[in-house]
Write a protein that binds this ligand. Structure first.
Ligand SMILES: *Cc1c(COP(=O)(O)O)cnc(C)c1O
Length: 366
């Protein structure tokens, strides 16, 4: 059976580390994108059981799902601007906290709140460098007008999102300063910004939390941070995929494997056919988003290293690493099991990030 396994003990360990690191700052458990692939409801329940009592999603419909599940009464922040009436209705129905990133957002929210005779809670988003959602820091007068004129909007927070907390401390500091200055300008204008928050996982481990009131954490729970320091923090990568060997056979010397006949057996080779491919999320994790020269260089070095080290993908069968042969197919891959005791039906373990594991694959907490 194909499944995605989440090791509860590792997840709990990561949650404990995050909690310790956050100290007395409240933590928004970010569970966007199906809880980073750990399953929206399952992950939310786990976080809640471990004492996380604020949640953040991107889609208003996720806020509805969380409320319908019945075990979450706590704050749910929807971290993108309201775009449509449907979004606003969902937020109102779910008693979630909206994000306002423009005066138009505020107008839409205010109008519908009026129509539903509701007071809607909202946080104001400031764009300090992400280029998505948010007032610019110099637009405080527009924000102040929401406080003054839109009585059905109850603003309880002000936040921004860091663009490079994993790499660039200077840029991050600038972003933070711009947020804090905006908060101060608002206070001076008699508007209470409420909970001022900015930090994501990278900032939690690399930044100074003292000037903000809360953090929003996702990746750290998964133990998958984009920098090396994780080794020191004790975070452990959570999750792996599992399926069963579908076929075992011998291939003769010279026989080829997979599309493009990219692999040719150099000797008689015993192989296992594994019904798990790239649409399941195997071997797809690396994204070549090349903008800067230094990224080009990084990817190039990575490829050169692969070339010389003949670094391959592996799967694990009966506790032994079996190299993947040829290209990974849409729903299949093939592993070399020469010298491994392996039968049809044996369990295969694959290293797949939960983010890329196909959402249709069942998530199992063990
Ligand atoms: C995803 C996200 C986070 C969490 O970031 P991590 O690095 O995964 O902890 C925080 N805030 C916003 C707005 C996000 O979109």
């Amino acid at each position: 059976m194909k499944a995605y396994i989440i090791e509860k003990d590792k997840l709990k360990n990561n949650i404990d580390i995050v909690k310790k690191r956050a100290g007395d700052k409240p933590i928004y458990g970010v569970i966007k994108a199906g809880g980073y692939g750990l399953g929206l409801l399952q992950f939310a329940r786990m976080l809640r059981d471990e004492g996380i009592d604020r949640f953040a999603v991107t889609e208003p419909s996720d806020a509805i799902r969380l409320r319908m599940a019945g075990f979450i009464d706590e704050e749910i922040l929807v971290m993108r601007s309201v775009a449509t009436e449907g979004d606003v209705s969902d937020i109102i129905d779910a008693h979630a906290i909206a994000t306002i990133g423009s005066y138009n957002d505020a107008m839409l929210l205010s109008g519908l709140a009026e129509k539903h005779s509701e007071i809607v809670e909202a946080h104001i988003k400031i764009d300090t460098g992400m280029g998505r959602y948010g007032f610019l820091p110099e637009e405080t007068e527009k924000i102040a007008q929401i406080y003054r004129f839109m009585k059905r909007i109850n603003i309880t927070g002000l936040y921004t999102h860091f663009s490079c907390a994993f790499a660039n401390k200077k840029m991050t500091k600038q972003q933070l300063d711009r947020l804090l200055e905006t908060a101060q300008t608002l206070r001076n204008a008699g508007c209470n910004p409420g909970c001022v928050h900015a930090g994501n996982s990278s900032f939690l481990f690399r930044g100074d939390l003292s000037s903000t009131d809360a953090v929003r954490i996702g990746s750290a729970f998964l133990g998958r941070l984009p920098f090396r320091a994780k080794a020191n923090c004790g975070l452990q990568p959570v999750g792996y995929a599992r399926c069963d060997v579908a076929e075992v056979r011998w291939l003769a010397e010279g026989q080829t494997v997979g599309y493009g006949a990219a692999y040719r057996c150099k000797k008689p080779t015993r192989i296992a056919v594994i019904p798990f491919g790239y649409t399941d999320g195997f071997g797809v994790a690396r994204v070549n988003d090349i903008f800067r020269f230094r990224d080009k260089l990084r990817y190039l070095l990575h490829d050169v290293k692969l070339l010389f080290m003949r670094k391959r993908m592996y799967v694990t069968i009966r506790g032994r690493r079996a190299p993947v042969l040829g290209h990974i197919g849409m729903v299949h891959c093939v592993a070399d099991i020469t010298g491994i005791q392996c039968e049809v039906g044996d369990e295969v373990v694959l290293d797949v990030s939960p983010l890329y594991a196909n959402p249709l694959i069942e998530r199992i907490y063990e």
